[in-house]
Design a protein. Structure first.
Length: 233
């Protein structure tokens, strides 16, 4: 009984510390996250809080893995709730909606890397799962269109590798797959990579307020990028 009570208190304390850390993140970015400042806000001493998080990096790791999991679950749910032909658009819009709701968490994982911090392998695994969701959504686009970006081909026709596909093939040989499960073909993997970079490009600029002085609605640009990616452009 006492052990269970201590575990509940430990969990509550860790969750409270992470909530304060997220508030610091919103105010000052990753540089503003301080274990001692968190402890003070919680009415604790720094050494007392270090019993719950051994270091600032351990606290950062918790924030980062929580954020990756939340986004991964959001994308997976959006895809699961959509009809096959709508999964790509649902995934893309869910990504932007999530980032707009919590820009500080978005920038925590897709903004400027924290100097001296090295993320644990677990974050790469979660990120790989998100890329699997993107790959599957891109595959659904191909199935719905009945053609790839190069045009419809018969099953026995082979197209020469593009430079991007060749680079992805070299990467696979040297590093290994960054997509769990069945390995996608070079063209599908290339489409997923282009999707990832182009969607995040618009979202990152939007979240950082880069469109603010332009009098321009970035959601229109984002939808145009979705349309282009669906067409294979």
């Amino acid at each position: 009984m006492a052990t269970a009570r201590r575990e509940r208190y430990r969990k509550q304390t860790r969750e409270e510390a992470k909530a304060v850390a997220l508030a610091q993140l919103a105010e000052s970015g990753t540089a503003g996250i301080s274990v001692n400042a968190i402890a003070k806000a919680m009415g604790m001493t720094g050494p007392a809080l270090y019993r719950y998080f051994a270091s600032r990096d351990e606290l950062l790791t918790e924030l980062i893995t929580d954020t990756y999991r939340d986004l991964a679950e959001t994308l997976a749910q959006a895809v699961a709730d959509a009809a096959p032909a709508d999964r790509f658009r649902a995934m893309a819009r869910a990504l932007r909606d999530w980032a707009k709701r919590q820009p500080d968490r978005y920038l925590l994982i897709y903004g400027t890397p924290v100097p001296g911090y090295h993320a644990p392998p677990e974050t790469a695994e979660i990120a790989g799962g998100m890329m699997r969701t993107i790959v599957d959504a891109c595959s659904a686009v191909g199935d719905a269109d009945g053609a790839t970006a190069r045009g419809a081909t018969t099953s026995h026709e082979r197209q020469p590798l593009t430079e991007l596909e060749a680079e992805l093939a070299r990467h696979l040989e040297g590093v290994g797959s960054w997509v769990p499960g069945e390995e996608p073909g070079g063209e599908l993997k290339g489409r997923a990579l282009r999707t990832w970079t182009r969607l995040h490009g618009v979202i990152s600029l939007d979240v950082q307020g880069q469109f603010a002085g332009m009098g321009f609605d970035p959601s229109v640009l984002f939808e145009a990028e979705i349309d282009a990616l669906v067409r294979g452009g």
